[in-house]
Write a protein that binds this ligand. Structure first.
Ligand SMILES: NC(=O)c1ccc[n+]([C@@H]2O[C@H](COP(=O)([O-])OP(=O)(O)OC[C@H]3O[C@@H](n4cnc5c(N)ncnc54)[C@H](O)[C@@H]3O)[C@@H](O)[C@H]2O)c1
Length: 318
């Protein structure tokens, strides 16, 4: 395959690029190195990939670059670029979310429609469910996001489905559930919990610790991305949960991180933040049927691997 990976320098993007290169594919990566978090971390994420001659990096913003040129010579698209995070998506932040999550997706879909691709896999999110009707939540549950971020991811996903059903663009949207592992974004709870604890600081916990999540390890998500690019007989416009079915509460997470790091996580309790769903928990039945995928990494193992990475990174840095 020759794959265009958008958001290639991000957390999920950089891991997926490395896997595609390891499997012998050519990758054209595009990233705008936005300031959603420290751009130098995004450059760091690509260090290994940049040594590989099968990788080409384009520093472009999907909102205003020539999307047709990006697709030139490419046969598969993995669209991961976006503005993540729920809390900043209120108020003046919203416009950036609309541009990066909705307008960027529509422009790329138009180019894919004009040029034709073998598969267009795109990142959606468990945040489209908001506080879901049932758990484990199937894809047929009514989406009712509780954050503006979730609204933009739902719009992006529905655009993918529209281009699939109306124009035959072979799209599939992947509803990722709280992805974690090495290189996790610095705004995400688990990363902050590990970093502040290693720094001897206090972790700000929003709510009473009862919030539950399907924490899904990044190598499982990479497997899902590869399966979404290569699966046969995938109906155009498909939508699939990518979720570790077992869930954990924030209080359980705090215990697990404390034992992985060998020191307790000190907590500062804050009120619940607007935009946080009280619970996520996805069914991966459809992903098993369509993609032959199920999560394999259990939370204690994933946390141990992430904690080891965080320690090693510090040792190299200090
Ligand atoms: N990490 C998770 O738990 C999670 C959960 C659900 C959905 N997602 C979605 O998965 C995708 C990847 O998430 P991540 O955690 O790796 O985030 P990330 O922020 O690490 O990666 C996204 C990358 O996209 C780039 N980008 C943003 N807007 C761009 C634009 N207009 N043009 C070019 N590049 C642009 C950013 O610079 C960044 O490097 C996002 O679409 C996110 O919404 C992530």
């Amino acid at each position: 395959m020759h794959v265009l990976v958008t958001g290639c320098a991000g957390f999920i993007g950089s891991h997926t690029v490395e896997r595609l290169l390891r499997d012998g594919h050519r990758v054209r990566g595009v990233d705008a190195f936005t300031d959603s978090y420290d751009p130098s971390l995004k450059h760091e994420n690509l260090r290994a990939a940049l040594d590989d001659p099968a990788f080409e990096l384009l520093d472009r913003d999907l909102v205003d670059t020539d999307a047709d040129a990006l697709l030139d010579g490419v046969d598969h698209v993995l669209h991961l670029a976006g503005q993540p995070g729920v809390r900043d998506s209120w108020a003046d932040g919203f416009e950036v979310y609309v541009q990066r999550n909705v307008v960027a997706t529509q422009r790329l879909l138009e180019a894919a429609r004009r040029r034709g691709v073998d598969r267009f896999a795109a990142a959606s999110s468990s945040s489209v469910y908001g506080d879901a009707e049932t758990y484990p939540t199937p894809e047929t549950a009514l989406p009712r996001p509780v954050s503006p971020y979730g609204v933009t991811k739902l719009a992006s996903e529905q655009l993918c489905t529209l281009y699939g059903t109306n124009f035959g663009v072979p799209t599939v949207s992947l509803r990722y559930f709280t992805v974690y592992g090495p290189r996790q974004r610095t705004d995400m709870a688990l990363r902050r919990m590990i970093d502040t604890t290693l720094d001897g600081g206090t972790f700000p916990l929003f709510g009473d610790g009862s919030v539950r999540r399907s924490f899904t390890y990044v190598t499982d998500v990479v497997d899902a991305n590869v399966a979404a690019l290569t699966a046969e007989d995938l109906p155009h416009g498909s939508v699939c949960n990518i979720a570790q079915e077992s869930t954990a509460s924030m209080s359980e997470l705090i215990e697990l991180v404390g034992s992985a790091l060998g020191r307790p996580v000190l907590v500062e309790r804050l009120p619940t933040a607007a935009g946080d769903a009280s619970r996520t928990g996805g069914s991966s039945q459809l992903a098993a049927e369509l993609l032959g995928w199920r999560a394999t990494v259990e939370l204690p193992d994933g946390i141990a691997a992430m904690a080891a990475w965080a320690r090693e990174r510090r040792a190299v840095r200090d």
